[in-house]
Design a protein around this ligand. Structure first.
Ligand SMILES: [Zn+2]
Length: 316
């Protein structure tokens, strides 16, 4: 159970994936050929949207199966699940080296990067979750063309949730990489960092990949020690969020700092500081006197900072 019910995007609001039916080729075929089925057609993993006026959140652009097939062939289709009406939802991706790529790009324009779409906020949360599922799954297909054991070509099976090698029989499944993202606090203050790749004046919670042999708590303590030299004691899981860039699961945590002195690891961060609640509140509101700001509302970092400011996280 999460420590808090944060307003994070949750998989519960997405499609019914019908995972139990993926191995039933007749079911997948019937779903693909049903008249109400729809396709999210990605081009080089970018997502088609309906152009909108300023300040109107964009909506995903859907195609029928015949429309998708007319646009480019042959392509693999992944079965994402069924929507609330029971209609099947599929996704496909045309890679940049495909002969029809330019035509698809033309026909589906505007195509946007999912990360930008997530940060802007689409009109429908379910659409965003479907796009995230499609982006993560098709990104895995795009980058796993060959068998990791014998190098032979892999083909898609199980509605797109497995790839198998005709040469040696090896099967591979989509991977998800766990990463920890943590708000470290000490009394009334929280530790945020500025990574080298961040825009100027942008501060966020520390984060890092879970390494082989790590548990969540150890990964939190190890990453914070590496990046800032701060020692962390108690660690609590707060909430998690899929983050398909390319295939992360962000595990949001709170941690209690045991020390205050900061030594920044200059290979990852250009700065790390303690901020008190009042200052964090101004950063959330884009009202900081020096113009410092934090990640957007959709992100786990924002939700952790907001929860701390609101007094919803444990006090160290
Ligand atoms: Zn093989």
């Amino acid at each position: 159970m999460p420590l808090l019910h944060l307003p994070t995007i949750t998989s519960e609001k997405s499609l019914n994936r019908r995972a139990e039916m993926r191995r039933d080729a007749a079911f997948i075929d019937a779903a693909f050929n049903a008249s109400g089925s729809r396709v999210l057609f990605l081009a080089n993993l970018r997502v088609p949207i309906h152009p909108t006026l300023d300040r109107v959140p964009p909506a995903l652009r859907w195609l029928s199966v015949p429309e998708a097939q007319a646009l480019a062939a042959p392509l693999d289709y992944a079965f994402l699940g069924e929507d609330e009406t029971g209609a099947a939802v599929f996704a496909c991706n045309v890679p940049p080296y495909h002969r029809d790529f330019a035509r698809v790009e033309d026909a589906l324009s505007p195509l946007v990067d999912l990360r930008s779409l997530a940060v802007q906020g689409v009109s429908h949360e379910t659409d965003l979750l479907i796009a995230a599922e499609a982006r993560a799954l098709l990104g895995w297909h795009a980058h796993n063309r060959c068998c990791p054991r014998c190098g032979g070509p892999l083909r898609l099976i199980e509605g797109g949730w497995c790839r198998t090698c005709a040469g040696c029989g090896q099967s591979t499944w989509p991977r998800t990489d766990p990463a920890v993202i943590m708000l470290i606090t000490r009394g009334d203050r929280a530790l945020l960092g500025h990574e080298l790749r961040f825009p100027d004046k942008f501060y966020s919670t520390l984060a890092g990949y879970i390494e082989p042999g790590d548990d969540i708590e150890h990964a939190v303590r190890r990453e914070v020690k590496e990046e800032t030299d701060v020692d962390v004691g108690a660690v609590r899981y707060v909430a998690s969020q899929p983050w398909p860039f390319p295939h992360l699961l962000m595990i949001g945590c709170w941690g209690e700092a045991l020390t205050e002195a900061i030594t920044v690891d200059r290979t990852e961060l250009s700065d790390a500081r303690w901020f008190d609640r009042a200052e964090l509140a101004t950063m959330l509101a884009f009202a900081h006197p020096e113009g410092l700001f934090v990640p957007p509302r959709i992100s786990m970092a924002h939700m952790l900072i907001r929860a701390f400011v609101d007094g919803a996280l444990p006090r160290a």
